[in-house]
Design a protein around this ligand. Structure first.
Ligand code: CP3
Length: 329
């Protein structure tokens, strides 16, 4: 999630001089910013610094990432002609800087720390492309999905192809694991998820199955979608804080790993609240292997650094194990 950007003073310093897209296009800066939170908090994994709209920007979709707003698209998609902006991606030519950042980070990251590559999921990217930016209820997206299923299909297929090539290239460049962010998919009912989203997640998983890299799939508000998400064949399911972790895991089944799910807002509360909520998540796992501790969504701006330090110390004391070195997996 948007971890470094929201809280670290050293990141904010760099951001005073460069906008987000410029950082992603400068591999020196992107590598530095990627490593900042890992070095500061001795985290087990680094997530490459980019945004979900980075590959779209790479193929020439006109967009900006506006502070306090998120991605804003210059020419939103609402017809077949508009789809022409979504050509196939050639990662080596369209996003060489991301691949370069990944290789650099992998080189300087200790072998017992994982490097996570990522992409936005087709649905979540489609919401930005159709709405033109963030949305309160995704009405334009749903309207297109229901009224022109053929156009929806064409849009989702194009996005799925871009995402699969982009993820594949990130693994070649050095990512140990990839994460697909479907942040806004929880606005769909299970039947709409099955019909309008699931086939495309399955297609992406199938397209990259030969590279034998674990895939994490994350969404918010997905309590009612968990079984369907598991059916897509992902290896790890990220869950937000709205559902107790034990309930989510029981629903998914224990043959899939889980990631989550501390409410980021807990870090705005006193240490006692952080402690009780964190312990309750650990208890939910019942000592079972296959849990990656994480927030249930991205950090909230102005989260106190001491709260993050307190959380990491707490997890280390609780016996949470660090990741295995890549070579031992
Ligand atoms: O944290 C990291 O360093 C990893 C890099 C990362 C960013 N975006 C950079 C970024 C990752 C993994 C993302 C994913 C992303 N981007 C998602 C999926 C995960 C999630 O949080 O739901 C989504 C939906 C986006 C789109 C996006 N980009 C939003 C909604 C925003 C927030 C706008 C705001 O300022 O509130 C962004 C901006 C963004 N992308 C920031 C960072 C570090 C915010 C800080 C900044 O402007 O520097």
């Amino acid at each position: 999630m948007r971890q470094a950007g929201r809280v670290l003073p050293e990141y904010r310093e760099i951001r005073k001089k460069f906008d987000l897209l410029s950082i992603t296009r400068n591999s020196d800066l992107a590598a530095e910013v990627t490593l900042q939170p890992v070095n500061k908090f001795d985290l087990d994994a680094a997530i490459i610094f980019a945004d979900i709209v980075t590959p779209l920007h790479g193929i020439g979709v006109e967009l900006d990432i506006v502070e306090g707003v998120g991605p804003v698209i210059a020419n939103p998609v609402n017809s077949y002609v508009d789809l022409n902006i979504l050509r196939e991606i050639e990662p080596n030519e369209d996003v060489p800087y991301i691949l370069d950042s990944l290789s650099r980070v992998r080189e300087s990251l200790p072998s017992n720390k994982a490097l996570i590559g990522f992409a936005g999921a087709p649905f979540t990217l489609a919401t930005y492309l159709i709405e033109g930016g963030p949305s309160r209820n995704y009405s334009k997206t749903k309207s297109l999905m229901y009224s022109d299923p053929k156009l929806w299909h064409e849009l989702m297929i194009r996005l799925s192809r871009i995402i699969a090539s982009y993820l594949r290239s990130q693994v070649t460049a050095g990512a140990d694991i990839v994460q697909i962010f479907d942040s806004w998919v929880g606005w769909l009912s299970p039947s709409d998820y099955s019909k309008y989203v699931k086939p495309y997640i399955e297609k992406i998983i199938q397209d990259i199955s030969d590279i034998d890299t674990p895939v994490i799939y994350f969404g918010t508000g997905t309590s009612t979608l968990l079984r369907l998400i598991k059916d897509t064949g992902v290896d790890v399911v990220g869950v937000d804080w709205r559902i107790p972790l034990d309930e989510a895991w029981a629903t998914l089944g224990y043959d899939v790993a889980v990631q989550g799910n501390l409410d980021p807002a807990a870090l705005l509360g006193p240490f006692s609240v952080i402690e009780s909520k964190t312990k309750s998540i650990i208890e939910c796992t019942n000592g079972r292997p296959g849990h990656i501790f994480n927030l249930g969504h991205g950090f909230i701006p102005n989260t106190p650094l001491e709260s993050i330090e307190f959380l990491v110390d707490l997890l280390r004391q609780s016996g949470a194990k660090s990741m295995q070195p890549t070579s031992q997996r």
